[in-house]
Design a protein around this ligand. Structure first.
Ligand code: PMP
Length: 452
């Protein structure tokens, strides 16, 4: 209606009368600070956002590690529009429609063997909770229902469901929310700036941290442990890379003890590190992979859990007509999400985007390491088209310098980066070229100098 404020009015409103914007309780945001100086995006195309005040903002983060094919891709937009006008919704239980069958088959084709079965969700958090539940149910249907313990990692981020925060290892996501799931242990994280600072690619030292899994097994006995969940590269904790050989060793220990291994590839899935999945780039195949984000290029919410044939088939026994897994969501395999995902896969394939991280990786690596030596830069990390610049915390508090760099990049340099604590994280759309890379690091370097 004519009463609806335009995006630009909204910015004016938020600045002038912040109390009128209180209805929207923003997620993972300092609400009161944001509403004093809001960062509002109005539209997007390719590598750029346009802000409500009319600036072109270079997207250094693919939105939130989602928009791997760039913004507003016409093929994806068209597919969503067409699907909305054809079949808007179909019930997800005891009824179906063709698209999730077609999509699952296409996803299975790009997933590593033997992860050829797909369960659809609506987000990364739901994918994680789904995978944890499948792990517990899998052991139970095989007569090993005593395997109930779950193992995550310090600094791990697995979304915000109670399962995800329980296996996750970020204190702020845990400390307000009670005692969470029982029976969870945490492996140590692998971030070690003292030993591995300014590594190019995977850090050389730290594979021995995988041996801690044997300590946990010795403490509880393998017969009580269901699964280990790990992000091959963790993003939210500030881009933590696996040391050379670490993931392989975790896989070996899980195999030895009959423990399932889950890779949370919500950020690394769909080409971020040069293959469809990090599992393929690292040559380590888990029993399940959780995904979301790049699955639909961020355009419609969707997640997916890939499971091995062994896990899937373990459920396909028992009397026919009995439901095999009591789990699912009203929007599992939603028609719009399926259409977006199918079109996104077309684009990844036709534009060769999964290979971009290998092609551009060396240039990206040189560019990000050129920031070494700038004031307050205490580490630089990179792999594929993932990057992190860690800044020294201000004496006044952890995260303040990171936030200032992020905020000034946006307002002064028209560059969108992400800050987590004092780490500036980068994960650009995979359609970028060398000029974009130069622009990202010129602008980030200027901001780091300006905040010194
Ligand atoms: N797992 C990982 C590794 C993630 O990075 C994220 C989100 N950044 C999630 C799970 C949660 O995804 P969502 O926000 O879609 O629930």
């Amino acid at each position: 209606s004519s009463d609806t404020p335009s995006a630009h009015d909204l910015q004016a409103l938020a600045t002038a009368t912040p109390e009128r914007t209180d209805a929207f309780w923003m997620p993972f945001t300092a609400n009161r600070q944001f509403k004093k100086s809001p960062r509002l995006l109005a539209s997007a195309e390719g590598m750029y956002y346009r802000s409500v005040d009319g600036r072109e903002v270079l997207d250094g983060t693919a939105g939130l590690w989602c928009v791997n094919a760039g913004h507003g891709h016409p093929h994806i937009v068209g597919a969503i529009q067409k699907q909305a006008a054809t079949l808007d919704y179909a019930p997800a239980f005891q009824m179906g429609h063709p698209l999730p069958f077609i999509l699952a088959e296409r996803l299975a084709a790009i997933a590593p063997d033997p992860l050829k079965h797909v369960f659809f969700t609506n987000s990364g958090s739901e994918s994680v909770d789904t995978a944890l539940k499948i792990a517990l149910a899998y052991h139970r249907v095989r007569g090993e229902g005593q395997r109930t313990r779950l193992i995550g990692r310090e600094k791990g981020y697995h979304g915000v469901g109670f399962g995800g925060i329980s296996v996750g290892g970020m204190v702020n996501n845990r400390k307000f929310f009670g005692s969470m799931l029982p029976g969870v242990d945490h492996l140590p994280h692998t971030l070690d700036i003292k030993r591995n600072g300014f590594s190019r690619g995977l850090p050389a030292r730290g594979a021995e941290l995988a041996e801690d899994l044997e300590r946990i097994v010795a403490l509880h006995d393998a017969s009580t442990i269901a699964a280990v969940i790990i992000e091959p590269i963790s993003g939210s904790a500030g881009v933590v890379l696996p040391p050379e050989g670490y993931l392989k060793r975790i896989r070996e220990i899980c195999d030895k003890h009959g423990i399932l291994l889950i890779f949370d590839e919500v950020i690394t899935g769909f080409g971020r590190v040069g293959k469809a999945f990090a599992a393929q780039r690292f040559g380590v195949v888990p029993d399940m992979i959780t995904t979301a984000k790049g699955l639909t290029n961020g355009a419609v919410p969707m997640g997916a859990v890939f499971t091995s044939k062994g896990i899937h088939d373990a459920f396909m026994h028992g009397p026919e007509g009995a439901i095999e897994l009591f789990h699912g969501y009203t929007y599992s395999g939603h028609p719009l999400a399926c259409a977006a995902a199918l079109a996104t896969l077309d684009v990844y394939e036709s534009e060769g985007l999964f290979e971009k991280s290998i092609e551009l990786g060396p240039y990206w690596e040189d560019a990000i390491h050129s920031l070494k030596g700038l004031p307050n830069v205490i580490d630089v990390r990179n792999y594929g088209l993932v990057g992190a610049v860690e800044l020294a915390a201000r004496p006044e508090g952890v995260g303040q310098r990171g936030y200032e760099v992020f905020n000034r990049c946006y307002f002064e340099q028209n560059l969108m980066v992400r800050c987590t604590g004092d780490v500036i994280a980068l994960s650009p759309p995979l359609i970028l070229n060398k000029e974009h890379i130069d622009r990202i690091f010129d602008r980030l370097a200027a901001t780091i100098r300006a905040t010194a």
